[in-house]
Design a protein around this ligand. Structure first.
Ligand SMILES: *[C@@H]1O[C@H](CO)[C@@H](O)[C@H](O)[C@H]1NC(C)=O
Length: 256
């Protein structure tokens, strides 16, 4: 138990203070998109969050198509363990069967507790997918609408180069999420894709904004040391960020 507490404390020390991180992120975004754009967008998200809170949870199903539902392989919204049988074909067991044989020892996480955990996670994911739908970022079938997101940026009152970079970011993250491994995850593929895309896009937005901020303040640097003659300010800003990143970063260069 003590070990668990120590471990949790260590984890919290690293990933904790997510409120401060979020606050910092939104300040960077406000600086980048302008207050009107960013607060306007945030308001739309909050409105969606509020609406979703009172709605039923609808989650993506397993399998790329929804054909499976009709083949009798339907566990509704239950999380499903996927186990390979001898022929390598997947067999699915609902959670309650997978744990059925392991009831002898007294469990730390008993069934009611686990059930509660499952429903909490379901509600969390349900709220996420609901907000994504209300924002029109995914369709009814949880397919990501990349064109809509690009149009949304296109319609903003922003510097053209910043817009172009942000839209390119969406394309890059689209490419990136196309090659997610089709592994045997209990999480439906469409949900994995949504999460991976969002993560990628948030990171991309951040770096694009950082680049444009560096570009604005390029006169703080004598870039002659790194800028070639045929390179514009954008490229110089991008190089500067990489130098700064490499200088500050230690974790990414450690093998353990
Ligand atoms: C959002 O979460 C709340 C509980 O936290 C839950 O009652 C509600 O059904 C969820 N909404 C959706 C759309 O999943």
């Amino acid at each position: 138990m003590l070990r668990l507490v120590v471990l949790l404390t260590a984890v919290c020390a690293v990933f904790g203070d997510s409120f401060a991180k979020k606050y910092g992120f939104s300040k960077v975004m406000t600086n980048c998109f302008g207050e009107d754009n960013y607060y306007g967008w945030s308001k739309m998200v909050f409105k969606a969050v509020k609406e979703c809170y009172g709605e039923e949870t609808v989650l993506p199903m397993h399998g790329a198509s929804d054909m499976e539902e009709e083949s009798g392989d339907n566990y509704g919204n239950q999380p499903v363990f996927v186990i390979l049988n001898a022929e390598g074909q997947e067999q699915k067991f609902p959670l309650r069967f997978a744990f059925a044989q392991r009831q002898k020892r007294e469990a730390l996480y008993d069934a009611p507790v686990l059930k509660k955990m499952v429903s909490k996670v379901k509600a969390k994911i349900g709220n996420f997918t609901c907000v994504m739908k209300k924002m029109n970022y995914v369709d009814e079938d949880f397919n990501i609408d990349y064109d809509y997101m690009k149009q949304e940026i296109q319609d903003l009152d922003l510097d053209d180069e910043l817009k172009a970079d942000l839209m390119e970011g969406i394309d890059i993250c689209n490419d990136f999420t196309q090659c997610l491994p089709a592994g045997k995850s209990p999480m439906p593929q469409k949900l994995q894709k949504m999460l991976a895309f969002l993560k990628c896009n948030k990171k991309k937005r951040f770096t694009v904004c950082m680049k444009h901020d560096f570009k604005k303040h390029l006169d703080f640097f004598d870039t002659s040391a790194i800028q070639k003659e045929d390179e514009d300010d954008s490229e110089a800003a991008e190089k500067l960020i990489h130098v700064m990143w490499g200088l500050e970063n230690n974790d990414d260069f450690q093998l353990y």
